[in-house]
Every structure is written in C-alpha cells, then in structure tokens.
Ligand binder design. Sequence first.
Ligand SMILES: Nc1ncnc2c1ncn2[C@@H]1O[C@H](COP(=O)(O)OP(=O)(O)O)[C@@H](O)[C@H]1O
Ligand SMILES: [Mg+2]
Length: 215
Amino acid sequence: MALYSLINKGIIDSMKGVVKAGKESRVYWAKGSSGEDLAVKIFLTSSMEFKKSMLQYIHGDPRFSVGKNYRKIVYTWAQKEYRNLSEARIAGVPVPKPICAYQNILVMEFIGEDGVPAPLLKDLPEPDEGLYQQILNAIKNLYLNARLVHADLSEYNIMVYDGKAYLIDFGQAVPREHPMSWEFLKRDVVNILRFFKKAGLNVPEEEAVLEWLKK
Ligand SMILES: Nc1ncnc2c1ncn2[C@@H]1O[C@H](COP(=O)(O)OP(=O)(O)O)[C@@H](O)[C@H]1O
Ligand SMILES: [Mg+2]
C-alpha cells in the first residue's frame, strides 16, 4: 500500500485521524518525521466520479485491464494536483506547501492547528474586504505568474488561517493554454464575486475584474 511506502521513506511518521471524507478523496491529519503537522490527501481509486463514464471506453477493449488503467489515471490526478500546487507556490500564490505525491496520495502542509483544519471561507461569520482583496490578488497572481486557472474556485476551496486566505484543491487546475481556461477563470471570478456580494460587500462588475486580471 502506498501509505506504507511513505512511512518507510520517513515522509510520514504517523497517521492521526480523518479531517474530511469526500466522494473522491479523504484528507487525513498526520505527523511528519520532525513532528510537523501534515495533510495527507488520499484519492479513492475505486470511486472517482468519472469512473463510470470512463469504464465504457475500457471494458471490451482487450488491450487494457480495467484496474490497472484506471489506477494510472488516479495517480496522474495526484501528480497533477502536486504539480499545480508547486507552480502556484513558486509564483507566490498562498497554497498549502506540497511535499510529495506518490501513487494516489498527496502530502502537503497542514493548514490549521493540532489536527483541526482552518475554517473554509464559507464558514466565516464575517468575510471582509481584506479577504476579498487577498483572494482576487491570488487569482491574478495564479493567472499571470503561475499561468494557471484554478477552475473549481469558490468559498468551498479557500481556507482562512490567521487572517490569511489559502487556495486549496488544485487537482483540476489547468494551464492558460487549455482551451477552456478563460471560461474557467470567469466562473471562478463569478463565484467569488457572488459570495462576497452576498456577504454584503460592494463588489465591482465581473467585466471590470476580468479586465484588471489581464493586466
Ligand atoms: N492542506 C490542508 N490542511 C488542512 N486541511 C485541509 C488541507 N487540504 C484540505 N483540507 C481539508 O479537507 C477538505 C477537502 O479537501 P479538498 O482538497 O477540497 O478535497 P475535495 O473537495 O476534493 O474533497 C477541505 O475542505 C479542508 O477542510
Ligand atoms: Mg474541495
């Protein structure tokens, strides 16, 4: 099992508990070899949403064995999230520091304290102007300097720790060259504007924000 390899390699010292169990992945709190807190995201190789649609293209094709091929796609997904986090971080975008990706497991910095994850943006009692600015700057930095679009950004994929907004959940992030990247960027921006508008902030029009993002 991949987890044992990470323990043998000394990347993970011990697993502490589940932080969040989702449909496609589980996030655990773990300790690293120097006692530091880690977040370990394990992609479930049997239950990714797209499995069903993918299977109909694999079943009946004698060149592939289903298990092996599907696993590979999940491994690629973990690698992709790791790569996206690395590129975002190099550009100075606030994201959890990626530590490694191995098979279906992504290890990263834990955002929170003593195994308690920092709250998501959606759970804050009073999201303020400062957070709004931080998030828009992060989207812009991601786009202009990391040349990536998150593509699933919303109040559900932003953690707030010590007043600082961290973008998380980067598996689906795409480079600007992706044909849909501009559409994804618009959707991300719309989600953030909608959230802060609902929270009572005076937000600009989507068009104005998109113009500003390109500069
Ligand atoms: N680096 C991290 N540190 C602490 N908690 C995290 C971290 N990454 C994710 N989490 C927690 O796990 C949840 C799910 O993670 P996420 O990457 O959004 O996966 P998904 O939405 O695909 O299940 C987040 O909402 C957050 O509560
Ligand atoms: Mg998420």
